[in-house]
Design a protein around this ligand. Structure first.
Ligand SMILES: Nc1ncnc2c1ncn2[C@@H]1O[C@H](COP(=O)(O)OP(=O)(O)OP(=O)(O)O)[C@@H](O)[C@H]1O
Length: 290
């Protein structure tokens, strides 16, 4: 198997490349955090296909969070440009961009109010059946049904675990049916139900739209359609799990770290992958996304 060219995909062009299929593109993007500082990412070329799961991996400080910050327009490029459906970001307003994206942080805060308020926060017109659907998707439907006030339960009056909090955030994001779901997977160990729900939601959503994860679980990485390996602010390789295992030494090291970190977790491997227990982040993984 040919080695992936630096920043290129083994065995062919980047998915969603120049064929117009990309929903989101970064073209030669260099960006950083102020004058006098080294750029945090350099010369990033990335085309995110309209459907499918793109996982971003890399050691601490590689630029993964910066990449997401650029996509969310928390940060502007110093060089290069981003585009949504082929239209450069500079021609689009912040709300126009954000309306197409949904972002689930590692530690997304719940908003004051009820579970319903939390779900409707960014989709105020969603109907009851939509709320039920996303709660089922994130495996919270039974829990909500068991509460006396159901969807109208005040979150402050209920003990909400970290896992449930993340599932509420994910449900809120799914409700929007975003063109691009951006997800910074939790580094903390979460309960098995949350792990499974997040995993399943990524798979389901990736059939309808684009999902970009900063992946901290081996099972998530393995499941991605394309994995982007970042190092020192650059994309050093991209491809499928098998392609990268064969061709990229840093990827092999990252996978090994995830495997070691997750050893003994007992999480099930995705179908077709013999050794993929993963519930714990690699050492040095990020704490949160800005
Ligand atoms: N707010 C900030 N101000 C200044 N420098 C920053 C800021 N955020 C990130 N950086 C720097 O940018 C570079 C890339 O950081 P980034 O957080 O994007 O990497 P990362 O791959 O997400 O790392 P981690 O896995 O540790 O979260 C690092 O050198 C980091 O120190």
């Amino acid at each position: 198997m040919p080695a992936p060219a630096p920043g290129g995909r083994a065995g062919g062009p980047p998915p969603g490349g120049s064929d117009g299929a990309a929903v989101l593109e970064l073209r030669g993007v260099t960006a950083g955090y102020g004058p006098g500082r080294e750029p945090a990412v350099r010369g990033i070329d990335l085309a995110v296909p309209r459907r499918g799961h793109t996982a971003v991996v890399g050691p601490s400080g590689a630029g993964k969070t910066t990449l997401l910050s650029l996509v969310l327009r928390f940060l502007e490029p110093q060089e290069g440009e981003l585009a949504l459906d082929g239209r450069p970001y500079r021609e689009l307003s912040h709300p126009a961009i954000r309306s197409r994206l949904a972002y689930v942080e590692q530690d997304t805060p719940v908003v004051p109010g009820t579970i319903r308020d939390n779900l409707l926060f960014s989709s105020p017109d969603a109907g009851e059946e939509d709320l039920r659907r996303v709660l089922r998707d994130v495996r919270l439907a039974e829990k909500v049904d068991s509460l006396d006030d159901g969807l109208d339960t005040e979150l402050s009056s209920t003990a909400v675990s970290g896992g449930e909090r993340q599932r509420i955030a994910l449900a809120r994001a799914l409700l929007r049916e975003p063109d691009v779901l951006l997800l910074d997977e939790a580094t903390a160990q979460l309960d098995a139900l949350t792990e499974a729900a997040v995993h399943e939601c990524i798979r389901t959503r990736a059939r309808a739209g684009a999902v970009v994860t900063i992946a901290h679980r081996l099972s998530t990485v393995i499941d991605a359609d394309t994995i982007v390996v970042m190092e020192s602010g650059r994309i050093r390789a991209r491809g499928t799990h098998e392609e990268l295992l064969a061709a990229d030494v840093l990827y092999r090291d990252l996978v090994e770290a995830l495997r070691i970190a997750s050893a003994g977790s007992g999480a099930a491997a995705p179908a077709g992958h013999a050794a993929a227990p993963a519930t714990v982040a690699a050492p040095g993984a990020p704490q949160r996304t800005g």
